[in-house]
Design a protein around this ligand. Structure first.
Ligand code: SF4
Length: 337
């Protein structure tokens, strides 16, 4: 042990996604279909969730092992009360030089400024459509998309620059709005990132036919707004980057299905109850809450983190591509995207 651990494929641990709740106020069909996550669904009890002190301790230990980027996720992270308090704690940790959050922004309008003041550096907003009908077909909630757009505007006003807009693209549902989404992002100075629809979890009824490949997304947007490739900013960057030739900004594409990027994946995920997952498509995670609440000291917890990462061999998207059947997978809403 010691230094920055590398997994069995030589990938360092750089990026920790921290789910602070498994609850969400949306029911996006590709993540949390209502027929499964309905009124009777047993969400985690508050007492089961890691406390802010426990999250801070694990993130501090992970930073000691090389984590530089921490992303707060859910479910919907803004459903966790007093999230600003956690943000302030995490922003103060040595080594964490990139503190970000992914949100559906429906609760962001009133929270953007306090989150910014608490030390949040970046915001990524899930935005799958600009018209209410398509927005509803993707998110399965009766909220107007204007609520999300207000959240984005509030984030800009609060000083969050380069806001990323993540759009999961599902054929026959929202792909017809790709160019409109690109235009909206360009006009607002945001970065649209189009995400290939993925077989996350086991409840979204995923079919390959519903996937719009990254190449097709680029062709459709590029036909209206010509593009050229940009180099990645750092190894393991999730999105493939493109620049609009007319200077209209940047576009990203996340092609987990057709262009897997496991080779330099540096991401681990912490569930809201303290399980460490080493892949978005893992079936199970290493329990850290048990040892933590049983009184393990920092050395013991660090060894658990280190050992879990060193033993990591995940490359699910590559395996999917070469036809290896997937095992049971954790729900994305449980560990964050
Ligand atoms: S499938 Fe797993 S290993 Fe591959 S990029 Fe995604 S999280 Fe990383």
């Amino acid at each position: 042990m010691g230094g920055t651990p590398a997994d069995r494929r030589g990938r360092p641990l750089r990026d920790l996604r921290v789910s602070v709740t498994d609850r969400c106020n949306f029911r996006c069909t590709y993540c949390m279909p209502r027929d499964v996550f309905g009124p009777g669904f047993a969400f985690l009890e508050r007492s089961e969730l890691l406390t802010f002190e426990e999250i801070e301790r694990l993130v501090r230990l992970a930073a000691g092992l090389g984590v530089r980027k921490v992303r707060l996720t859910g479910g919907e992270p803004l459903l966790r009360r007093e999230l600003e308090t956690l943000v302030a704690r995490l922003a103060a940790i040595d080594g964490v030089d990139d503190l970000a959050m992914t949100t559906n922004a429906s609760l962001l309008a009133r929270r953007a400024a306090p989150l910014r003041a608490a030390g949040l550096g970046r915001v990524t907003v899930s935005l799958d459509a600009l018209d209410d009908a398509t927005f509803r077909a993707m998110s399965d909630v009766a909220l107007p998309v204007a609520r999300v757009l207000d959240g984005i505007a509030a984030a800009s006003a609060a000083g969050f620059d380069e806001i990323k807009l993540n759009a999961v693209v599902k054929r026959g549902v929202n792909d017809g709005g790709l160019v409109d989404l690109a235009r909206f992002a360009r006009d607002g100075g945001h970065v649209l990132r189009c995400i290939e629809y993925m077989d996350v979890g086991g409840t979204n009824g995923w079919r390959l036919d519903d996937v719009v490949p990254a190449a097709e997304i680029l062709d459709r947007i590029g036909a209206v707004f010509p593009l050229e490739p940009l180099p990645p900013r750092y190894p393991g960057e999730v999105a493939t980057r493109y620049r609009y030739l007319d200077g209209g900004g940047e576009l990203g594409v996340i092609g987990s299905v057709t262009t897997p990027f496991c080779g330099d994946c540096t991401r681990a995920r912490l569930s809201a109850i303290g399980e460490l997952y080493t892949c978005l498509f893992s079936g199970s995670g290493r329990d850290l809450r048990g040892p933590l609440r049983a009184g393990a000291d920092d050395e013991e917890l660090r060894a658990l983190l280190d050992g879990t990462w060193r033993a990591r061999d995940d490359r699910y998207s590559e395996q999917r591509a070469d036809g290896t059947p997937g095992l049971a997978r954790v729900e994305m809403s449980y560990i964050g995207g």
